[in-house]
Design a protein. Structure first.
Length: 207
């Protein structure tokens, strides 16, 4: 027989929090963390700021997706607060990447385009898979929308990395890599605004 606390937890759990959704979150978190480690090492080896930015996005997404998984068992107010933390975290990542990219403007280096483009294609395939996995859950609460936006951002960022690798190879210039890193960071900030706005709205309605 369950105690009152567990009953309240189950009653307050969002309706989309099915076993299938929880398994999807575990899979997406694991894939993001794995690709984050791979892209981090590859970004430094290839000298690509865009790959480094995308790796940071992967690691952040994996961590935040895992947090979103545990938040499923918390109350509505706690889930909205987690979404708020997710938004702030994403904004900090975005501003951090912008700062490093600005530094790289003055200390440019030519990235290794074959590794950059190859990793971008692999990462794109992984993130399209993650986005498809989460597609049916994108209209949930603020916490769920945050996880969905992270996966969508990753897919867009990976496609941009592949295009940047091609442009670097064609132009023999590091600028496409830097511009892509800045664009990915700007997407972080834009999504962070959406997430935090939704979290504040839910906090007001549940207060």
């Amino acid at each position: 027989m369950r105690d009152d606390a567990s009953c309240r937890c189950s009653a307050d759990m969002p309706t989309h929090a099915t076993p299938d959704y929880r398994r999807a979150l575990w899979l997406v978190a694991g894939l993001n963390l794995f690709m984050g480690v791979v892209e981090s090492a590859s970004g430094y080896y290839a000298g690509s700021q865009a790959l480094k930015a995308d790796a940071l996005d992967f690691l952040g997404d994996g961590t935040i997706t895992g947090l979103g998984l545990f938040a499923l068992y918390w109350g509505a107010v706690a889930r909205a607060r987690v979404a708020l933390v997710q938004g702030v975290f994403l904004a900090l990542m975005g501003f951090g990447v912008l700062a490093v990219t600005a530094y790289r403007v003055f200390f440019t280096q030519m990235p290794e385009t074959v590794l950059m483009g190859g990793l971008g294609l692999i990462a794109l395939a992984v993130n399209v898979g993650c986005a498809v996995i989460l597609l049916g859950y994108r209209d949930g609460d603020a916490n769920v929308r945050a996880v969905w936006l992270f996966s969508r951002n990753d897919a867009i960022g990976n496609a941009a990395v592949v295009v940047a690798a091609l442009l670097v190879a064609v132009t023999a210039s590091p600028w496409p890599d830097l511009v892509t890193a800045a664009a990915i960071a700007s997407l972080f900030v834009h999504s962070a605004v959406q997430i935090t706005r939704g979290a504040f709205q839910e906090l007001r309605t549940t207060a």
